[in-house]
Design a protein around this ligand. Sequence first.
Ligand SMILES: [Fe+2]
Length: 401
Amino acid sequence: MIKRIASDQLVVGMFIHDLDCGWMAHPFLVSQFKLTQVSEIEKIIQYGIRAVYIDTARGLDAPGATTQSEVNAELDRAIAPVLAKAEKPVPHIPLSDELVVAKRVLLEARGVVQDILSDVRLGRQVEMERLDPVVDKIIQSVLRNPGALTSLGRVKQKDHYTFQHSVNVGVLLVNFCQHLELGRDVIRDAAIGGLLHDIGKMRTPDVILNKPGKLSDMEFNVMRQHVTQGVEVLRHVAGIPAASMEVVAQHHEHMDGGGYPRGLKGDEISQLGQMSAIVDVYDALTSIRVYHQAMEPTQALRKLLEWSPLHFSGELVQRFIQCIGIYPVGTLVRLESGLIAVVLQECASNLLRPTVRAVYDSRRDQPIAPRDIDLLSPAVTDRIVGHESAARWKINTRQYL
Ligand SMILES: [Fe+2]
């Protein structure tokens, strides 16, 4: 049986089923292994992993620990009222229209960020004024329809991860700030901070940055230095807003003090710092990386909820779930009828009942002519029963948006 257990309750002889830290490279060879020495437990705790899943069929039991299905049931209970409270404004521009513009904005933003970050690698100065036009375009696109850039951002090429991730964190922060109704200046500072948050990685040696296997303890520590390196790179750059620096400096801090580099706790981390930690992990989880497959947004949001409040502010995670929506635009879902559908447009008053485009009939196991269904319509009795993996069904969701 799979059980969840606090890391400080682990004992030698237990079998680690999942280190439950899928968003980061970790200093263990594999995520599943039997604990053979106390030093392994100490390392788990030292790296800020507060809870793990164990397999009691393959190692010692932990009587009284919560089972995985109990954890899932608990998450279901926790997420339902969060979604019920959600109120999302209707976008100003239809998704299909904004996607055309957003594709150009995304390409431009990735290009500019790549240029700026590459300059750092070459030891050149960061030119802030190059960011301004692209920051404006991102903010305008998110204001017109937040689903467009956000859904496009989930599709990444395998190369250039750092540049694409940087742009996504910028986009997601703008989206999140707007959802929290923060002021225009804060949104701009957040965007800049997001685009540059991993700039310190340009000082991390490539062999460590792109290493597909296990990182040694030393390599892992070098990787973590990207935060202080980033602050160092930007410290002398004219015109960098203080709030943007908070994003760079605090995006790996955890609410319980288990993050890095400073081990800040709770309110010692600024609001933008807390928000950037959430969006950074969300984007990493939903991306294909060398160490994990991409998670569906729905699954990633549940993980954020599971990891709060130790890692993240519980309140902010709830707001982020409402911001992204449990079935964001572009997600593949299964309907009760067996139809497989792509989420086209979220419903402002009920995040569980978006408008979807049905593209496949799983009961007959065949594609169907695309058909739009408004799940909130009183005439429609179908409903979403869960998300589906686009890879499993070999469905390119983007082609249906
Ligand atoms: Fe980072």
